[in-house]
Design a protein around this ligand. Structure first.
Ligand SMILES: O=C(O)[C@@](O)(COP(=O)(O)O)[C@H](O)[C@H](O)COP(=O)(O)O
Ligand SMILES: [Mg+2]
Length: 415
């Protein structure tokens, strides 16, 4: 038997094994604590240690994490694969983002990044389709796919919602999207909304000759979500939308499994992410939330507007690069730019994040002076102009809907 204390979880000469998960934290130790002491406590409490000295047999320490790097307020911790239940995201997070977030030994702590080893990463299914949806579903060629959320966010009746969808689809947009807080409320029931929206979608496809789809929000308790996924598949839709942070990763993993059976793509809304990532010294970064989302298998994920829109964003470009990047052959994820976008912002957005994205505008479509159909046309025109390399001003000369949008919003970032 050996006695283990916090100090046993610190080794700054330790070189992590390839099979280990390496996490990077920003750590602000408590005033009476130096960084090494704080780092050892982070490694201990996020693996298998605690505050009291423990008498354990040798094998137990094989599961212990090691604080193996300190650089300013950055701490790197290596976790042995055996500590984790493969394929179980809630368990992984209970380690690396669990109790340590509330330890008195640190004033502030934030999980910034993870280097996922092959064994652990490939124990997760990853996305089914990823960015291939742009051409597998929409035939979008080089352009971003476009989406709109009916606004006001909630309160429209099913008929009104469907009418907005029809006008947006026939105006040239690819996707109608439910808002994050629209599920099955009395004023707009899920089942009617599903069938009637898809009927309008079919009409819009016939009218435009373009493929259209619908991001219907199945967010609910886990069992209800699975039932809704089945009903979405039966109704002939290609997608479900899930509020992944508020639902929790256990539910996301269950929905992913069910979507595999039906060949449905998953659009991930990240409502509540800012509760974790907004404060730069505390919580869990959006970069890590994006990594978890990919591993758990979403196909599309909101990652911000590279600071062009109305919401605070963290490193949209860096996060998108990770979502596109190689991860042991795992499918990528299509980033969705959304939040305060309007036609005037599309050129700069594409300059910052490229065209392998989805772009969503709610207010930027339905706030158009001439209404939803004109707003949709203007947003699509902005995307088409940008992809063909024509300035919006020039393109607007013979696209009046775009001209009206530019006159109204210019290239301003809404607040
Ligand atoms: O409710 C909203 O605000 C939106 O529908 C956008 O509406 P507008 O187009 O009218 O702004 C989206 O939920 C946000 O974009 C989510 O934020 P993020 O994409 O950063 O996760
Ligand atoms: Mg919304």
């Amino acid at each position: 038997m050996t006695g283990i204390t916090y100090e046993d979880f610190l080794d700054l000469d330790y070189d992590p094994a390839e099979s280990e998960l390496v996490c990077t934290f920003t750590v602000h130790p408590a005033s009476d604590m130096d960084m090494e002491a704080a780092a050892s406590r982070v490694a201990s409490e996020s693996s298998n240690g605690t505050w009291a000295e423990l008498q354990v047999d040798g094998t137990i320490t094989d599961l212990s994490a090691t604080a193996c790097g300190i650089d300013g307020d950055t701490v790197r911790v290596a976790y042995p694969e055996e500590l984790f239940e493969l394929g179980n995201m809630p368990q992984v997070l209970s380690c690396i983002a669990g109790n340590i977030m509330g330890m008195k030994a640190v004033d502030r702590i934030r999980l910034e990044d993870c280097e996922w080893p092959e064994g652990l990463a490939t124990s997760f299914v990853g996305p089914q389709f990823g960015s291939a949806v742009r051409n597998d579903i929409f035939d979008a060629g080089e352009r971003p796919i476009t989406a709109t959320v009916p606004k006001p966010k909630v309160g429209l009746s099913t008929d009104q919602h469907v009418q907005v969808g029809y006008e947006a689809w026939t105006g040239g947009l690819d996707l109608l999207k439910d808002d994050e807080n629209l599920t099955d409320q009395g004023f707009n029931r899920f089942d009617e909304r599903l069938t009637e929206s898809l009927a309008a979608r079919d009409d819009a496809q016939d009218e435009t000759g373009e493929k259209k789809s619908y991001l219907i929000n199945v967010t609910a308790d886990a069992n209800t979500m699975l039932e809704r996924v089945d009903r979405v598949a039966e109704a002939g839709c290609e997608y479900v939308m899930v509020d992944v942070v508020t639902c929790g990763w256990a539910a996301v993993q269950a929905v992913r499994e069910r979507c595999e059976e039906h060949g449905l793509a998953i659009h991930a809304h990240r409502a509540m992410h800012a509760a974790f990532d907004r404060v730069e010294t505390q919580g869990v970064s959006m970069r890590v939330i994006a990594q978890i989302s990919r591993l758990c298998g979403v196909d599309q994920l909101h990652t911000g507007t590279a600071d062009l829109g109305k919401l605070a964003n963290e490193d949209t470009v860096g996060i998108n690069e990770w979502l596109y990047g190689d991860l042991y052959g795992m499918t990528d994820v299509l980033p969705m730019a959304s939040g305060g976008l309007h036609p005037g912002l599309v050129p700069e957005l594409v300059k910052r994040v490229g065209t392998n994205i989805g772009v969503q505008a709610g207010g930027g479509v339905h706030g158009h002076p001439d209404g939803t159909h004109a707003g949709a046309k203007a947003f699509r025109q902005a995307v088409d102009a940008t992809v063909e390399g024509t300035s919006l001003e020039e393109y607007a000369a013979d696209h009046p809907e775009l001209q009206v949008a530019i006159d109204k919003w210019g290239t301003e970032t809404p607040r």
